[in-house]
Design a protein around this ligand. Structure first.
Ligand SMILES: *Cc1c(COP(=O)(O)O)cnc(C)c1O
Length: 476
């Protein structure tokens, strides 16, 4: 036990680890080692770690972990929407790890609780909220969306469901293209299938706001009491932003709670060039923004911001006395009353540190640059006869596929799935895939500011070679 707490052992391992991680970072950022992922089959990986626990060399532990992962900092990593962390936030993660204040109450996280207030106040201002706004940080977009919908139900449904249970059918409205966690939140809340009013998407995968009135009427005619509507900024699969202005006007008209799922693109509040995509966000009752997606931070930290900060106290209050005044103000620092979590990490220090060290401008640069890169990649795709975009991208998420006029839809689906499988197993690039209206697309999210046009071209050249030289069927 004493060894486990030995400060000198920590110092020595820590220095060595920082050196190793800095080397790793330099290598990955430059793309020198060539691979974005060293793919192993799950069973193979499991066996390795089972054996390692028994026989592995202790000093090889950290290097092995570092090697056997997906390399988010590699410029060929253009897969899921996870940030290549700004290295300094791995240091703040270490601070949080060692100091380990539990945050639920002010006494267990004085500095990070105050920092959380500073950061969430700043985010509210960037959204365009007024003085009554406020928010908190929580563990992920999924949890933030669920929390916001719970607040919505508390504020917008007359009966006290929290204490009395649910006695009639409640519902929310959301685009069919929204992230699956909205469905999950609704199901957790007991709304069931009937309580999830799916608004169809347009050809370009945005919520068809022209159908809102019709969908609302159909559901209310069946006795569903709709209390909230969710806008996606953007939706995950295609990266298309819903028209937040139109949704907010509808929400206001029907007196619905308007929540914006800005897990990915809410970060555009910092982008001078792209903040227009979020026009109308300032009218939302609540907004979720992930720090670990477009804001350079480690998993997992999400800001949930409210137009009225008093609502943050309503969600989980046991009694109906939540619209407190003075005590509510006193209570800004006890975040556990507002969050799903009791204990959470000291996540505010990532946000605060980035703002302190590099200023808001770093977020403006990061978001703007990556959204620009999405357009650049799409331009390359659209000029090539053998590739096709699913839709012109609005941000750094791009869905595309290989096409060949001699193949039918099913063959193309198989071919594109085969291309993605071969990419994964070979590992030089990491991209993902998605199905849109039964069509198999390859999906890229440009997350690394050091990914260049040359990298895009190399990816496409590689896929062309495989598809053409080996013949499509050889890939399957
Ligand atoms: C990623 C994402 C989520 C889920 O957020 P987590 O932080 O992974 O829980 C929710 N909504 C959208 C639109 C997303 O892109």
């Amino acid at each position: 036990m004493e060894k486990a707490y030995d400060p000198e052992d920590f110092r020595e391992r820590g220095h060595r680890l920082v050196d190793e991680l800095a080397d790793h970072l330099a290598d990955k950022l430059s793309g020198e080692s060539g691979k974005a992922i060293h793919w192993n089959e799950p069973e193979e990986e499991l066996q390795f770690w089972q054996k390692f626990l028994a026989n592995g060399d202790k000093n090889a532990l950290f290097p092995e972990i570092t090697k056997r992962i997906t390399h988010i900092h590699h410029p060929h990593y253009i897969g899921h929407q996870v940030s290549p962390t700004a290295p300094i936030t791995s240091l703040t993660a270490m601070i949080s790890g060692l100091l380990n204040n539990g945050m639920a109450v002010y006494e267990m996280g004085m500095a990070p609780s105050a920092m959380e207030r500073v950061v969430t106040d700043l985010l509210c201002k960037k959204i365009g909220y007024g003085d009554l706004s406020g928010g908190f940080l929580t563990s992920g977009g999924t949890l933030a969306n669920l929390t916001a919908l719970l607040t919505a139900r508390r504020m917008n449904v007359d009966s006290d469901i929290w204490n009395g249970g649910m006695h009639h059918q409640l519902g929310i409205m959301v685009s069919e293209e929204a992230h699956y966690c909205i469905d999950r939140a609704a199901k957790i809340m007991g709304l069931g299938e009937d309580g999830i009013i799916k608004v169809p998407a347009t050809q370009d995968y945005r919520m068809d706001t022209g159908l809102l009135e019709k969908k609302y009427r159909e559901a209310t005619a069946k006795g569903v009491h709709i209390f909230a509507i969710v806008g996606s900024a953007p939706s995950t699969a295609t990266g298309m932003f819903d028209d937040l202005g139109a949704i907010s006007a509808f929400a206001e008209n029907k007196q619905l709670w308007f929540h914006v799922d800005g897990a990915h693109g809410g970060a555009a509040i910092f982008s001078d060039k792209y903040k227009g995509l979020l026009s109308g966000i300032e009218k939302a009752d609540s907004v979720a923004i992930d720090g670990h997606k477009m804001l350079m931070m480690p998993t997992i930290t999400t800001a949930l911001l409210y137009k009225k900060s008093s609502h943050t106290n309503a969600t989980f209050s046991q009694k109906a006395e939540y619209l407190l005044t003075e005590s509510e103000l006193e209570d800004w620092c006890n975040s556990g009353k507002k969050t799903f979590e009791c204990t959470k990490t000291m996540m505010s220090i990532h946000w605060y540190t980035l703002l302190k060290m590099y200023g808001e401008e770093v977020f403006n640069n990061f978001v703007t640059h990556l959204f620009d890169k999405g357009t650049e990649f799409a331009e390359i795709i659209s000029t090539h006869p053998n590739f096709e975009l699913a839709v012109n991208p609005m941000c750094n998420i791009v869905c595309f596929r290989y096409v060949d006029k001699d193949l039918n839809q099913e063959q193309l689906n198989q071919l594109n799935a085969g291309l993605r499988k071969q990419l994964l197993e070979e590992g030089e690039f990491y991209i993902v895939q998605t199905k849109l209206k039964s069509v198999h697309y390859l999906r890229v999210t440009v997350m690394n500011p050091f990914t260049t046009r040359t990298h895009f071209q190399r990816l496409l050249a590689k896929m062309l070679t495989w598809a053409e030289r080996t013949g499509p069927w050889a890939l399957l």
